[in-house]
Ligand binder design. Structure first.
Ligand code: OOB
Length: 548
């Protein structure tokens, strides 16, 4: 058993309680295809796939993947926009026990290479090009550098030399050995608090439990039409309840290429969307646009908001503007997900981030010495439970030493995950998120580790030191502000030069600092460390002064 697995006593308890049922995702789709054969499962533009067609396509691809040399346990980096093929591919990989590694569409060459290298990936699956990014060409470059990457597959567009087109791969379906439900099904990326994103191993058993319960909490059924408005590879649109919850319930998913109101509202009206999930900045734009929209949004029953804190002001606007019920979702790819319930009173829906999915979710709210804080006061949230990981995925041997050291800090000895979030528990067990202790910036749901940006800045020859903090932003909630000390005696680089430098390193847009302040010295704490608290206060005061 890998060291990140649950201890036997917990695994037995979760099975005995019926949380882990032994079903795999591949089996789930087959069962739904038998039940709902002719119902539409996936809509993507003009393409409409029934459950039977989705199941058949997943089987054809599974056979094709095996013919191409993929075997159980192989890691496959997947970077796709919101298209139907994403669903077919992940189910095909689930069926043969190969692990999709979910890159985000925003990732660029540097992150993709890191993800491929860390996971020892044998294959990369991309589209030819999206959002002006030549994804297939980037995959070819990465494969040239990493010999382990021996297969490249291109889903839409020119596949280019050495890559296979997805449609060429499809083979006649045949019975294939599948994974065990206790196996890791995929690797999800964490927002990260250090260097680069960490990998989150989720098993069929644990993830399917969270999917089933999420579908129940969100009252999904065969009449559900869910709009995949956020990037489909993210945990929220994937499983909270996301597209997997909808397929579990026999409903229909509608792929939305971009979450702008024109695109999303047109799809909501055309497809009769009943529920979707978005981050707060998107919810704010929708609430603004909806009252004057020409599209009929009356089918929309539930708007889920999560990924970052939804302010009370925004929460209040949702219902009146969109004619939908608000559901707050506070989750994390590592596991724990909290929802306000659909029948909760306004007081809870507007002011809290919900309560956990499961009675077996264990929550502790602690002070910096890991002591429980008095009831109702804010502290750092620790959690463990039937769908929260016990450690980040580490490659075997020396290569995994760094991750194992990180695990020792991020998980307590008794297996609680340190979420890095500051929360307060209400008397009825609801959580109110009040801040964060982790060194991460949340740009409207997109997470980036301060250290990741700092490392890119430090690669510049004229940068002596860098410290990245969050600065308040009315649209995204937070943006990134980098303080930089130049190397003495050289011409100090300007902020825009440094931003261009980071961008030139082939990174996701959210890794480029929104603002750079070049300073002579950093404020220090009592023990001589950089005081990020003072830097945050300084940029906040400066922004406030320039706004008034
Ligand atoms: C979701 O997952 P991740 O892994 O991208 O980010 C998790 C972190 C949390 O630890 C917290 O810091 C923040 O995102 N967060 C929220 C929040 N939802 C997430 N902070 C305040 N209020 C909220 N409602 O973001 C995620 C995963 C599954 C479902 C929903 C969101």
């Amino acid at each position: 058993m890998p060291e990140t697995a649950w201890p036997d006593e917990f695994a037995e308890r979760y099975r005995a309680a019926g949380y882990w049922t032994g079903e795999t995702f591949g089996e789930l789709l087959a069962a739904r295809a038998a039940e709902h054969a002719e119902r539409v499962a996936v809509v993507d533009g003009d393409l409409r796939l029934t459950y039977r067609e989705l199941d058949e396509r997943a089987n054809e691809l599974a056979a094709g993947f095996v013919d191409a040399g993929l075997v159980r346990g192989d890691r496959v980096v997947l970077q796709l926009p919101n298209i139907a093929e994403f669903v077919e591919i992940v189910f095909a990989l689930f069926r043969i026990g190969a692990l999709p590694v979910y890159a985000l569409p925003a990732h660029r060459r540097t992150e993709l290479r890191h993800i491929a290298e860390q996971t020892g990936a044998v294959a990369m699956i991309t589209v030819a090009e999206h959002d002006g990014f030549a994804a297939a060409a980037a995959a070819a470059e990465i494969a040239a550098e990493l010999p382990a990457v021996r297969l490249r597959m291109v889903v839409r567009g020119e596949s280019g030399p050495g890559a296979m087109a997805l449609h060429e791969l499809r083979a006649r379906p045949r019975p294939l050995p599948g994974p065990a439900a206790s196996d890791v099904a995929f690797l999800q990326l964490s927002g990260g608090t250090t260097g680069l994103p960490k990998l989150i191993p989720r098993t069929h058993d644990d993830y399917l439990y969270s999917v089933r319960e999420s579908a129940r909490i969100c009252a999904l059924d065969t009449g559900t039409v869910y709009l995949v408005a956020l990037p489909v590879a993210h945990n929220f649109p994937m499983s909270s309840p996301g597209f997997l919850g909808v397929l579990y319930a026999g409903g229909r998913i509608v792929m939305c290429p971009r979450p702008d109101p024109d695109t999303a509202f047109a799809l909501i009206a055309a497809e009769g969307v009943t529920i979707t999930g978005v981050v707060p900045p998107v919810a704010a734009v929708w609430a603004q646009a909806a009252p004057s929209s020409r599209h009929d949004l009356s089918s929309l029953d539930v708007l889920q908001v999560g990924g970052a804190k939804c302010s009370v002001e925004l929460a209040r606007r949702i219902g009146p503007a969109l004619g939908a019920r608000l559901q707050q979702v506070f989750g994390m790819a590592e596991g724990l997900v909290n929802y306000t319930r659909l029948d909760d009173p306004d007081e809870l829906v507007l002011h809290t981030q919900g309560r956990p999915i499961s009675a077996a979710d264990e929550l502790r709210v602690v002070d910096p010495a890991d002591r429980d804080v008095p009831a109702g006061t804010a502290g750092a949230l620790l959690t463990r439970g039937p769908y929260t990981i016990r450690g980040y995925w580490a490659p075997e041997g020396e290569a995994g030493a760094g991750v194992r050291a990180h695990n020792a800090e991020t998980f307590t000895v008794d297996g609680f995950y340190r979420t890095g979030d500051l929360v307060r528990l209400t008397p009825d067990g609801y959580l109110v998120v009040s801040g964060r202790v982790k060194e991460q910036i949340n740009r409207g749901g997109e997470k980036v580790a301060a250290e990741e940006i700092e490392n890119h800045l430090l690669a510049h020859p004229a940068v002596l030191d860098a410290a990245v903090v969050a600065m308040p932003d009315t649209y995204l909630g937070e943006r990134t502000c980098a303080y930089v000390r130049p190397v003495p005696g050289v011409e100090p680089p300007t902020g825009s030069q440094l931003r261009a430098f980071v961008r030139s390193r082939g990174v996701a847009a959210f890794v480029v600092p929104d603002r750079v302040q070049v300073v002579a010295e950093f404020p220090a704490t009592g023990v001589g460390k950089v005081s990020k608290r003072e830097l945050r206060a300084a940029i906040t005061a400066q922004l406030r002064a320039s706004a008034s």
